[in-house]
Design a protein around this ligand. Structure first.
Ligand SMILES: [Zn+2]
Length: 459
């Protein structure tokens, strides 16, 4: 059903594009490989019951405020952390599991939301990549395990944080569970980050650490609030989820800025391509869940762990439910004026979270299996009728073909793709540089595709 729907939608888009684009001589439809059967089996293992159990357990610690008690057995951030640590060890003990648990304590310096230096701990599991030539490439998926009450400095009140963000942590644990025995080319870090509510502290520490270790983060996904389906006004959304990503890189150099302006690439940052990729490959692996590629880095005036990765120059995006409920987030649980406040597990929808998890497992598996992406893509042919692309010659022997994506310059998503034999250049007759955007991806024999690389130079 889903495959047929996807293909017919794609076909409709292409036919539509061809009608609209007739004067610009478009070429054939996107040549997409079918959903991978192994990926499909893996995504089929995602279970709502495990997601529910993790959310209920995390909420049971009363508060997971970063400055709350670390000594009580059943309450506070320390108890939550010990439970998570035990979970990561269980993941490593699963039959055939290749997961390696890690625990990374650090001292958060005193700051606006941290009165005195405080030890915080990121933890999780790593799935080590198997391609020896890409030891330094990695993907990261993270949920934050801290929570907060109405007052961000209130360490005593209940702050169950079921949706924000036990749901994201549950998604991360479930991804690790179903991918435990996966044999990916590059590594995947499944992380529960600390101190998000106190200023993205855990994510910032992790991003700096990975950068210092020379790890190339191919993509980082922050799963934050992935289980609420009803807004405070009663609007419901169970069939879509939002992907947020920066359009203009927050850390671009002066030279990169010049190139972006020359190319008009404000909607083509690496993070935006990552979000498009998550949609493109994720949507094949869940029934009835559309990924909305939002054209902003986060909700208005708000942020999350992905921004800490952007700040280190890494590619990153955020996945979040379409309808948030502001009576539940960041609220002490209570009933006031007939309204119920607080982030209770009763409002977590495990079936919805399971669909999101399936899509993210699908997209992550595709990307972790994919060959190396093209580098240094240059666009030339300005003021001629034919666009020309060239890039650094490939060294990855797994590359079986390349895909040249394009979209008309007034559209937001790739609508067409041309599959070509491996090469270090492509000429696009009749497709001038000004009326299209282009990107190049690599594909292996099984159809696993890299992130599309957009031109970063023009000549
Ligand atoms: Zn959050």
């Amino acid at each position: 059903m889903r495959i047929a729907a996807y293909l017919s939608l794609t076909l409709a888009l292409v036919l539509n594009a061809q009608q609209v684009q007739a004067p610009l001589a478009p070429q054939g439809p996107p040549n997409q490989p079918p959903p991978n059967s192994y990926t499909r089996i893996m995504t089929g293992h995602v279970e709502a019951s495990r997601l529910r159990r993790a959310v209920e357990r995390l909420a049971s610690f009363g508060t997971r405020h970063s400055l709350s008690t670390t000594v009580l057995e059943n309450r506070g951030i320390g108890a939550a952390r010990r439970w998570l640590l035990a979970e990561t060890r269980s993941l490593a003990m699963l039959p055939g599991s290749r997961l390696v648990p890690f625990e990374d304590p650090f001292v958060a310096e005193a700051g606006p939301r941290v009165p005195k230096p405080t030890e915080m701990v990121n933890l999780g599991v790593i799935l080590p990549g198997l391609d020896p030539s890409r030891k330094r490439d990695a993907l990261v998926v993270a949920g934050h395990y801290d929570s907060r009450a109405t007052d961000v400095m209130d360490v005593e009140s209940d702050a169950p944080g079921a949706v924000d963000d036990a749901s994201g942590v549950a998604l991360v644990l479930e991804m690790a569970y179903v991918m435990a025995a996966d044999r990916t080319a590059i590594s995947i870090y499944f992380v529960a980050t600390a101190g998000e509510e106190q200023g993205l502290l855990g994510a910032a520490h992790l991003a700096r650490r990975l950068k210092a270790e020379g790890i190339n983060v191919v993509g980082m996904l922050a799963a934050d609030c992935v289980g609420n389906v009803t807004s405070a006004s009663g609007a419901k959304a169970t069939t879509s989820v939002r992907l947020f990503s920066e359009g203009v890189p927050s850390q671009e150099t002066e030279a990169q800025k010049k190139a972006r302006e020359a190319l008009g690439a404000e909607n083509d940052s690496p993070s935006r391509e990552f979000a498009r990729y998550l949609k493109h490959f994720g949507e094949r692996y869940a029934e009835n869940l559309e990924c909305l590629v939002m054209l902003r880095r986060d909700r208005v005036g708000r942020g999350g762990d992905h921004l800490a990765f952007n700040r280190e120059g890494f590619t990153a995006a955020r996945v979040t439910e379409t309808q948030e409920n502001f009576d539940r987030q960041h609220q002490v649980p209570r009933i006031e004026g007939g309204r119920t406040y607080g982030d209770s597990p009763a409002f977590f929808d495990p079936g919805y979270c399971a669909k999101i998890t399936r899509e993210m497992v699908g997209a992550f598996h595709h990307l972790a299996m994919a060959p190396e992406a093209p580098r240094n893509v240059t666009l030339s042919g300005a003021a001629t009728t034919d666009g020309q692309l060239r890039w650094t010659p490939f060294t990855d022997p797994r590359i079986a073909s390349i895909v040249v994506y394009r979209r008309r310059a007034d559209s937001v998503a790739w609508t067409e793709g041309q599959v070509l034999p491996p090469s270090d250049h492509a000429t696009l007759p009749g497709m001038g540089t000004d009326n299209y955007f282009f990107a190049v991806a690599t594909r292996d024999q099984e159809g696993f595709e890299s992130l599309p690389a957009v031109p970063t130079r023009v000549d």
